[in-house]
Design a protein around this ligand. Structure first.
Ligand SMILES: C[S@@+](CC[C@H](N)C(=O)[O-])C[C@H]1O[C@@H](n2cnc3c(N)ncnc32)[C@H](O)[C@@H]1O
Length: 237
């Protein structure tokens, strides 16, 4: 249980007409476990939608850039140090300290990155186009292909996200139920090594076909792999 990190709800398809009594099923549950307490974690970011930008960055500057403002002080008083000195003759409010040292605040102000309210309250300007996007949450919408080449083929963007976040180039990705090889293709395109296993010959053929169609580029080389087949034989008798 200590290795469990998240259960992720994945919207896998559009609503369908079910004849049975009950709610329609449009989701999968992805269970995220890590082997150690320090797994590889490349923080993924999701682009802001136009609606997010409108809500989170409600102001527009003269150049038309969307922005918001945030306080330049944070809770907690510091006795000494660079974050409790006067900035433009002003001390941080009681019980708070400046979020950074006064030299940086002055530089921000010279760069036009401090917005002063009519009552003389300074706030830091944060531009939408300088943010990397929002944190990825635990409800994902990655619908599977409508016309799959393999009956249970998964959305490749879903696998790209998982592989990019939880492995590095050169890592080994294992899919022990690889089906048509969607995970292996994602791993190949993201410069990971991979191992795929499936008991179905049809799956192995589909995987080979998918890997042969991996686009080569400056960053992605053609897959090099070999087939290994291991048979467990019962030698009694
Ligand atoms: C849900 S599919 C995987 C689909 C895959 N993610 C894709 O995108 O194409 C599950 C696969 O597991 C394989 N499988 C089932 N039991 C297995 C076993 N005991 N050992 C190896 N493969 C198995 C099936 O042949 C099937 O291809």
């Amino acid at each position: 249980m200590e290795n469990f990190r998240n259960d992720i709800t994945r919207i896998k398809c559009n609503p369908k007409n079910f004849n049975r009594i009950g709610y329609g099923n449009i989701k999968d549950l992805i269970l995220f476990y890590s082997k150690t307490s320090h797994p590889i974690w490349n923080e993924p970011r999701e682009k802001y939608s136009a609606k997010d930008i409108e809500k989170l960055f409600p102001k527009t500057d003269r150049q038309g850039r969307r922005y918001t403002t945030v306080p330049i002080h944070a809770p907690g008083e510091t006795e000494r140090g660079k974050s409790n000195r006067p900035f433009r003759g002003m001390m941080p409010p009681k019980g708070r300290h400046w979020r950074t040292d006064v030299e940086t605040l002055e530089q921000w102000d010279r760069d036009g990155l401090i917005e002063w309210s009519a009552t003389g309250n300074p706030r830091k300007v944060v531009f939408a186009d300088e943010r990397e996007g929002k944190r990825v949450q635990d409800i994902w919408e990655y619908k599977d292909p409508q016309y799959p080449m393999y009956p249970t083929e998964k959305n490749n963007k879903l696998l790209d996200l998982i592989i990019r976040t939880s492995s590095n180039p050169g890592s080994i990705v294992l899919d022990c139920f690889c089906g048509s090889g969607t995970t292996l293709k994602s791993a190949q395109q993201l410069n990971r090594n991979w191992i795929g296993i499936d008991l179905s010959e049809h799956a192995i053929r589909a995987t080979t076909k998918k890997l042969e169609n991996t686009e080569e580029s400056f960053f992605v080389s053609a897959p090099e792999y070999e087939f290994l087949q291991l048979a467990a034989v019962n030698c009694d008798k």
